[in-house]
Design a protein around this ligand. Structure first.
Ligand code: SF4
Ligand code: SF4
Length: 295
Protein backbone atom coordinates (compact mmCIF):
# COMPACT_ATOMS: atom_id res chain seq x y z
CA UNK A 1 0.00 0.00 0.00
CA UNK A 2 2.87 2.39 0.79
CA UNK A 3 4.38 1.80 -2.65
CA UNK A 4 1.00 2.44 -4.28
CA UNK A 5 0.58 5.65 -2.25
CA UNK A 6 4.00 6.90 -3.34
CA UNK A 7 3.08 6.25 -6.97
CA UNK A 8 -0.21 8.12 -6.57
CA UNK A 9 1.67 11.04 -4.99
CA UNK A 10 4.11 11.14 -7.91
CA UNK A 11 1.27 10.94 -10.46
CA UNK A 12 -0.57 13.83 -8.79
CA UNK A 13 2.66 15.81 -8.68
CA UNK A 14 2.98 15.54 -12.46
CA UNK A 15 -0.75 16.00 -13.12
CA UNK A 16 -0.77 19.30 -11.23
CA UNK A 17 2.67 20.33 -12.52
CA UNK A 18 2.58 19.16 -16.11
CA UNK A 19 3.83 22.25 -17.93
CA UNK A 20 7.50 21.53 -18.57
CA UNK A 21 7.91 24.08 -21.35
CA UNK A 22 8.50 26.86 -18.81
CA UNK A 23 12.32 27.01 -19.21
CA UNK A 24 11.60 28.08 -22.81
CA UNK A 25 8.64 30.40 -22.25
CA UNK A 26 10.00 31.71 -18.90
CA UNK A 27 6.39 32.28 -17.87
CA UNK A 28 3.65 30.46 -15.97
CA UNK A 29 1.14 28.28 -17.81
CA UNK A 30 -2.17 30.05 -18.51
CA UNK A 31 -3.88 27.46 -20.73
CA UNK A 32 -7.35 25.93 -20.42
CA UNK A 33 -6.43 23.50 -17.63
CA UNK A 34 -5.80 26.45 -15.32
CA UNK A 35 -9.53 26.51 -14.49
CA UNK A 36 -9.21 23.11 -12.78
CA UNK A 37 -8.89 23.05 -8.98
CA UNK A 38 -5.81 21.25 -7.70
CA UNK A 39 -6.82 18.95 -4.83
CA UNK A 40 -3.64 19.74 -2.85
CA UNK A 41 -1.64 22.86 -2.07
CA UNK A 42 0.07 23.68 -5.36
CA UNK A 43 0.85 27.30 -6.17
CA UNK A 44 -0.96 28.82 -9.15
CA UNK A 45 2.19 30.78 -9.98
CA UNK A 46 4.48 27.77 -10.06
CA UNK A 47 5.85 27.87 -13.63
CA UNK A 48 5.00 24.17 -14.13
CA UNK A 49 1.52 24.32 -12.52
CA UNK A 50 -1.34 23.25 -14.79
CA UNK A 51 -4.09 23.85 -12.22
CA UNK A 52 -5.01 26.51 -9.67
CA UNK A 53 -4.49 26.31 -5.92
CA UNK A 54 -7.74 26.12 -3.90
CA UNK A 55 -6.37 28.25 -1.05
CA UNK A 56 -5.06 30.90 -3.46
CA UNK A 57 -8.41 30.97 -5.27
CA UNK A 58 -10.34 31.17 -2.00
CA UNK A 59 -8.34 34.25 -0.96
CA UNK A 60 -8.86 35.86 -4.37
CA UNK A 61 -12.55 35.27 -3.91
CA UNK A 62 -12.59 37.08 -0.57
CA UNK A 63 -10.36 39.95 -1.75
CA UNK A 64 -12.98 40.88 -4.33
CA UNK A 65 -16.16 40.50 -2.24
CA UNK A 66 -16.25 44.11 -0.94
CA UNK A 67 -15.76 45.60 -4.38
CA UNK A 68 -18.37 43.33 -5.93
CA UNK A 69 -20.89 44.42 -3.26
CA UNK A 70 -20.09 48.09 -3.78
CA UNK A 71 -20.34 47.84 -7.57
CA UNK A 72 -23.46 45.68 -7.39
CA UNK A 73 -21.80 42.96 -9.47
CA UNK A 74 -22.25 40.15 -7.02
CA UNK A 75 -19.82 37.31 -7.56
CA UNK A 76 -20.00 34.42 -5.17
CA UNK A 77 -17.38 32.04 -6.57
CA UNK A 78 -19.43 28.89 -6.15
CA UNK A 79 -17.06 27.03 -8.45
CA UNK A 80 -14.11 27.40 -6.05
CA UNK A 81 -16.08 26.64 -2.90
CA UNK A 82 -17.97 23.85 -4.67
CA UNK A 83 -14.78 22.17 -5.91
CA UNK A 84 -13.25 22.25 -2.45
CA UNK A 85 -16.48 21.04 -0.87
CA UNK A 86 -16.84 18.11 -3.29
CA UNK A 87 -13.23 17.02 -2.75
CA UNK A 88 -13.59 17.42 1.02
CA UNK A 89 -16.89 15.53 1.08
CA UNK A 90 -15.49 12.59 -0.87
CA UNK A 91 -12.03 12.09 0.64
CA UNK A 92 -11.24 14.96 3.07
CA UNK A 93 -7.63 14.93 4.20
CA UNK A 94 -6.86 11.83 2.15
CA UNK A 95 -5.75 14.51 -0.33
CA UNK A 96 -2.93 15.47 2.09
CA UNK A 97 -1.66 11.90 2.20
CA UNK A 98 -2.09 10.96 -1.43
CA UNK A 99 -2.29 14.00 -3.71
CA UNK A 100 -0.49 17.02 -2.22
CA UNK A 101 2.95 17.85 -3.70
CA UNK A 102 4.00 19.78 -0.60
CA UNK A 103 3.06 16.81 1.58
CA UNK A 104 5.24 14.57 -0.59
CA UNK A 105 8.09 17.09 -0.31
CA UNK A 106 7.92 16.96 3.50
CA UNK A 107 7.81 13.16 3.52
CA UNK A 108 11.00 13.02 1.45
CA UNK A 109 12.72 15.51 3.78
CA UNK A 110 11.75 13.37 6.76
CA UNK A 111 13.62 10.42 5.26
CA UNK A 112 16.93 12.25 5.80
CA UNK A 113 18.66 10.41 8.66
CA UNK A 114 18.47 12.46 11.86
CA UNK A 115 17.00 12.33 15.36
CA UNK A 116 13.20 12.46 15.09
CA UNK A 117 10.91 14.46 17.40
CA UNK A 118 7.18 14.71 18.04
CA UNK A 119 5.21 17.89 17.51
CA UNK A 120 3.39 19.41 20.47
CA UNK A 121 -0.27 18.41 19.80
CA UNK A 122 -1.65 21.85 20.68
CA UNK A 123 0.13 23.35 17.63
CA UNK A 124 -2.43 21.61 15.36
CA UNK A 125 -4.89 24.41 16.13
CA UNK A 126 -2.64 27.09 14.62
CA UNK A 127 -3.72 26.11 11.09
CA UNK A 128 -7.37 26.85 11.88
CA UNK A 129 -6.30 30.35 12.95
CA UNK A 130 -4.45 30.80 9.65
CA UNK A 131 -7.52 29.62 7.72
CA UNK A 132 -9.84 32.01 9.56
CA UNK A 133 -7.59 35.08 9.68
CA UNK A 134 -5.15 34.93 6.73
CA UNK A 135 -7.39 33.16 4.20
CA UNK A 136 -10.84 34.58 5.07
CA UNK A 137 -11.00 37.61 7.40
CA UNK A 138 -7.94 39.67 6.39
CA UNK A 139 -8.51 39.32 2.61
CA UNK A 140 -12.15 40.23 3.24
CA UNK A 141 -11.78 43.21 5.60
CA UNK A 142 -8.23 44.64 5.21
CA UNK A 143 -8.98 46.47 1.97
CA UNK A 144 -7.26 49.34 0.16
CA UNK A 145 -8.76 52.59 -1.14
CA UNK A 146 -10.08 50.73 -4.20
CA UNK A 147 -12.00 48.25 -2.05
CA UNK A 148 -9.84 45.21 -2.72
CA UNK A 149 -7.86 43.14 -0.24
CA UNK A 150 -4.66 41.10 -0.34
CA UNK A 151 -4.22 37.31 -0.44
CA UNK A 152 -2.54 37.41 2.98
CA UNK A 153 -1.62 33.74 3.28
CA UNK A 154 -0.04 33.60 -0.20
CA UNK A 155 1.66 36.96 0.16
CA UNK A 156 3.12 36.68 3.68
CA UNK A 157 3.28 33.00 4.66
CA UNK A 158 2.89 30.16 2.18
CA UNK A 159 6.18 28.20 2.01
CA UNK A 160 4.83 26.07 -0.87
CA UNK A 161 4.39 29.23 -2.92
CA UNK A 162 7.92 30.38 -2.14
CA UNK A 163 9.36 27.00 -3.12
CA UNK A 164 7.25 26.39 -6.22
CA UNK A 165 6.79 29.93 -7.54
CA UNK A 166 8.81 32.66 -5.80
CA UNK A 167 12.27 31.12 -6.09
CA UNK A 168 11.84 29.58 -9.60
CA UNK A 169 10.43 32.83 -11.00
CA UNK A 170 13.36 34.98 -9.88
CA UNK A 171 15.62 32.59 -11.79
CA UNK A 172 13.39 32.59 -14.87
CA UNK A 173 12.80 36.36 -14.85
CA UNK A 174 15.92 38.11 -13.45
CA UNK A 175 14.17 41.51 -13.69
CA UNK A 176 12.02 40.46 -10.73
CA UNK A 177 15.09 40.49 -8.45
CA UNK A 178 15.06 44.29 -8.36
CA UNK A 179 11.70 44.19 -6.53
CA UNK A 180 12.67 41.70 -3.82
CA UNK A 181 12.15 43.11 -0.34
CA UNK A 182 11.44 42.13 3.24
CA UNK A 183 8.34 40.11 2.27
CA UNK A 184 10.41 37.77 0.11
CA UNK A 185 13.03 37.48 2.89
CA UNK A 186 10.29 36.65 5.40
CA UNK A 187 8.87 33.97 3.12
CA UNK A 188 12.28 32.42 2.48
CA UNK A 189 12.83 32.32 6.25
CA UNK A 190 9.46 30.55 6.72
CA UNK A 191 10.31 28.07 3.95
CA UNK A 192 13.74 27.27 5.43
CA UNK A 193 12.17 26.94 8.88
CA UNK A 194 9.70 24.31 7.65
CA UNK A 195 12.33 22.48 5.58
CA UNK A 196 14.57 22.07 8.65
CA UNK A 197 11.61 21.17 10.85
CA UNK A 198 10.44 18.52 8.34
CA UNK A 199 13.79 16.75 8.60
CA UNK A 200 13.34 16.34 12.36
CA UNK A 201 9.55 15.99 12.64
CA UNK A 202 6.92 14.41 10.40
CA UNK A 203 4.92 16.79 8.17
CA UNK A 204 5.19 19.90 10.39
CA UNK A 205 3.55 22.23 7.87
CA UNK A 206 0.56 19.89 7.34
CA UNK A 207 0.11 19.42 11.07
CA UNK A 208 0.49 23.00 12.25
CA UNK A 209 0.01 25.48 9.42
CA UNK A 210 -1.80 24.26 6.30
CA UNK A 211 -5.16 26.04 5.89
CA UNK A 212 -6.16 23.57 3.15
CA UNK A 213 -5.61 20.68 5.55
CA UNK A 214 -7.66 22.62 8.12
CA UNK A 215 -10.50 23.02 5.60
CA UNK A 216 -10.51 19.34 4.58
CA UNK A 217 -10.31 18.34 8.27
CA UNK A 218 -13.81 19.78 8.73
CA UNK A 219 -15.11 16.80 6.73
CA UNK A 220 -13.42 14.12 8.87
CA UNK A 221 -16.68 12.76 10.30
CA UNK A 222 -18.83 12.96 7.19
CA UNK A 223 -16.50 12.19 4.26
CA UNK A 224 -17.41 9.29 2.01
CA UNK A 225 -14.02 7.52 2.01
CA UNK A 226 -12.50 7.06 5.44
CA UNK A 227 -10.90 4.56 7.79
CA UNK A 228 -13.07 2.88 10.39
CA UNK A 229 -12.20 1.05 13.60
CA UNK A 230 -13.60 -2.36 14.47
CA UNK A 231 -13.87 -1.98 18.23
CA UNK A 232 -14.41 -5.72 18.65
CA UNK A 233 -11.08 -6.57 17.09
CA UNK A 234 -8.95 -3.81 18.61
CA UNK A 235 -7.04 -4.79 21.74
CA UNK A 236 -5.52 -1.32 22.21
CA UNK A 237 -1.98 -2.56 21.66
CA UNK A 238 -0.91 0.92 20.44
CA UNK A 239 1.02 -0.30 17.40
CA UNK A 240 -0.91 2.16 15.20
CA UNK A 241 0.30 5.10 17.30
CA UNK A 242 3.97 4.49 16.55
CA UNK A 243 3.69 4.57 12.75
CA UNK A 244 1.30 7.49 12.30
CA UNK A 245 2.96 10.42 10.51
CA UNK A 246 0.33 12.81 11.90
CA UNK A 247 0.54 11.87 15.56
CA UNK A 248 -2.92 10.24 15.57
CA UNK A 249 -3.81 7.53 18.11
CA UNK A 250 -6.27 5.84 15.79
CA UNK A 251 -7.92 3.44 18.23
CA UNK A 252 -8.66 6.35 20.58
CA UNK A 253 -9.81 8.77 17.89
CA UNK A 254 -10.93 7.04 14.64
CA UNK A 255 -12.44 10.26 13.20
CA UNK A 256 -9.42 12.35 14.15
CA UNK A 257 -9.23 15.58 12.10
CA UNK A 258 -5.48 15.00 11.67
CA UNK A 259 -5.81 11.64 9.89
CA UNK A 260 -4.69 11.83 6.26
CA UNK A 261 -5.78 8.24 5.44
CA UNK A 262 -2.22 7.25 4.55
CA UNK A 263 -3.09 3.73 5.77
CA UNK A 264 0.26 3.11 7.48
CA UNK A 265 -1.66 2.00 10.56
CA UNK A 266 -3.61 -0.67 8.64
CA UNK A 267 -0.32 -2.35 7.82
CA UNK A 268 0.85 -2.71 11.42
CA UNK A 269 -2.50 -3.62 12.95
CA UNK A 270 -2.21 -7.38 13.46
CA UNK A 271 -5.89 -7.71 14.34
CA UNK A 272 -7.40 -6.21 11.20
CA UNK A 273 -9.16 -3.63 13.33
CA UNK A 274 -8.65 -0.75 10.87
CA UNK A 275 -10.60 -0.87 7.63
CA UNK A 276 -11.05 1.34 4.62
CA UNK A 277 -14.73 2.28 4.33
CA UNK A 278 -16.70 3.85 1.50
CA UNK A 279 -20.05 5.21 2.55
CA UNK A 280 -19.84 3.23 5.79
CA UNK A 281 -19.20 -0.10 4.01
CA UNK A 282 -15.90 -1.84 4.59
CA UNK A 283 -13.90 -2.43 1.42
CA UNK A 284 -10.76 -3.84 3.03
CA UNK A 285 -10.25 -6.54 5.60
CA UNK A 286 -12.88 -9.10 6.52
CA UNK A 287 -15.69 -8.87 9.01
CA UNK A 288 -14.38 -11.26 11.66
CA UNK A 289 -15.47 -12.72 14.90
CA UNK A 290 -13.78 -10.92 17.79
CA UNK A 291 -10.39 -12.40 18.47
CA UNK A 292 -9.44 -13.56 21.92
CA UNK A 293 -7.28 -11.00 23.63
CA UNK A 294 -3.76 -12.39 24.03
CA UNK A 295 -2.89 -9.88 26.75
S1 SF4 B 1 -2.81 -1.42 16.02
FE1 SF4 B 1 -4.91 -2.24 15.72
S2 SF4 B 1 -5.29 -3.45 17.58
FE2 SF4 B 1 -3.53 -2.12 18.03
S3 SF4 B 1 -4.44 -0.25 18.98
FE3 SF4 B 1 -4.25 0.16 16.77
S4 SF4 B 1 -6.24 -0.44 15.93
FE4 SF4 B 1 -6.11 -1.39 17.93
S1 SF4 C 1 -4.28 7.31 11.67
FE1 SF4 C 1 -3.50 5.79 10.19
S2 SF4 C 1 -4.28 6.46 8.19
FE2 SF4 C 1 -4.52 8.20 9.63
S3 SF4 C 1 -2.65 9.41 9.30
FE3 SF4 C 1 -2.24 8.02 11.02
S4 SF4 C 1 -1.28 6.19 10.11
FE4 SF4 C 1 -2.21 7.38 8.42
Amino acid sequence: MEVMRKWVQVIFFFLTNGYWNFPVTKAIYKGPLKVVCSPGLNCYSCPAATTYCPIGALQQLFTGVRMSIETGQLYIGLYVIGSMGVIGGFVGRMVCGWACPFGLFQELLHKIPSPKFNIWPFLRYFKYGLLIFMVILLPLFAIDEFGTGDPWFCKYFCPAGTLEAGIPMIFLQPALRANLGWIFSLKVFILVFFIIWAVFASRPFCRTSCPLGAFYALFSRVKLVKLGLDHNNCNHCGACHDVCPMGVRFNESPDDMECISCMSCTKVCKRDAIRLEIGGLSVSGQQKEPKSNPI
